[in-house]
Design a binder for this molecule. Structure first.
Ligand code: PEP
Ligand code: MN
Length: 338
């Protein structure tokens, strides 16, 4: 907190204020300039009544400079965090592509897609086992069986697996999952976030449909304040005025988040746009603006997908895109791969 003292303020009153603050256990750094004196308050100022100080006749203004988010704040951790998943690294110049179907549907489907996306350079496999669907009548995922099929795909390909957890009661099923995804709808499920903060594994935290960047960071803070610093943020589009697209991809969130936090930021152009043919241009744009990775829906047979077929790339389309993404990163002077 910073207190600006009025020019020519009574020195005795200034001392009284300083002594009062010190009596509350707050350190005071006084800096006397030519035209004004500034008091820098150090320590836990959360209980200091800003309005009371501002009302004093010797005080010009009061400003809180402490940030609401601390663990994920770049000010307190200037270096980029690099999140490790087995041999894969994300952040700090390391870029990773995560690809796979919206939902795990069968062993043949998930293993086939895993092999294809691996051959195209994907570093991790995504696949939903528990699906948050808008309609309760839509396919809700294979649940526990889907998790088992993901493990088979990992065993066949060596790709780490990423899948969404919706409910804490399912946590034991996720013991052997490499990265737990918190979906957009659960971004502010604070009990879930707090519990995931007690784990020692990376959490992929997606931005909510109508959440600000500060709210996203506060959600990351829930996980980190509980002890788990391995958080990957994901911009996946927000609700605005888009009529022809599923959401609006807020790519300016990527450089802004990079300024605010040391955590890696990846982009999901699939849920952001909802249309397979719009996914490649937005994936390339995400790569160009410095995203640390991409998460992209890929399906062997999008026309018959049980979920999100319209936005799913075929393995061939993903292969073409993956090469172009690397070319864009190289052209934009981004960091290393993998
Ligand atoms: C998903 O990744 O399949 C998903 C449901 O994403 P979101 O939470 O971003 O809607
Ligand atoms: Mn999906």
């Amino acid at each position: 907190m910073i207190v600006v003292i009025k020019a020519n303020a009574n020195p005795e009153k200034q001392d009284q204020l300083i002594n009062w603050l010190k009596a509350m256990g707050i350190g005071v750094h006084k800096s006397v300039g030519e035209y004004q004196t500034v008091l820098g308050l150090i320590g836990d100022t959360s209980k200091v009544d800003m309005d009371l100080i501002e009302s004093l006749d010797i005080v010009e203004s009061v400003k809180r400079v402490t940030e609401t988010f601390k663990c994920c704040n770049r000010k307190f951790h200037p270096e980029d965090s690099v999140i490790r998943v087995g041999d894969v690294r994300i952040g700090g110049g390391h870029f990773a592509m995560i690809a796979g179907p919206c939902s795990v549907e069968s062993e043949e489907q998930i293993v086939g897609i895993a092999k294809a996306v691996k051959a195209s350079g994907a570093a991790m496999l995504r696949g939903g086992a528990f699906k948050p669907r808008t309609s309760p009548y839509d396919f809700q995922g294979l649940k526990g069986e889907g998790i088992e099929l993901l493990k088979i795909a990992r065993a066949e390909t060596g790709l780490p697996i990423v899948t969404e957890i919706m409910n804490l009661k399912d946590l034991p099923l996720f013991d052997d999952i490499d990265v737990l995804q918190v979906g957009a709808r659960n971004m502010q499920n604070f009990d879930l976030l707090r519990e995931l903060g007690t784990l020692n594994k990376p959490i992929l935290l997606k931005r909510g449909l109508a959440n600000t960047l500060k709210e996203l960071l506060m959600s990351a803070e829930y996980i980190m304040a509980s002890g788990n610093e391995q958080v990957i943020l994901c911009e996946r589009g927000i609700r605005t005025y888009s009529d022809y697209l599923r959401n609006t991809l807020d790519l300016s969130a990527v450089p802004m988040l990079h300024e605010l936090t040391h955590l890696p930021v990846i982009v999901d152009p699939s849920h952001a746009t909802g249309i397979a043919r719009i996914v490649p241009p937005m994936a390339l744009a995400a790569a160009a603006c410095g995203a640390d990775g991409l998460i992209i829906e890929v399906h062997n047979d999008p026309l018959h997908a049980l979920c999100d077929g319209a936005q799913s790339l075929t393995p061939d389309a993903f292969d073409t895109l993956a090469k172009r993404v690397l070319a864009v990163r190289a052209a934009a002077g981004c960091g290393t791969e993998g």
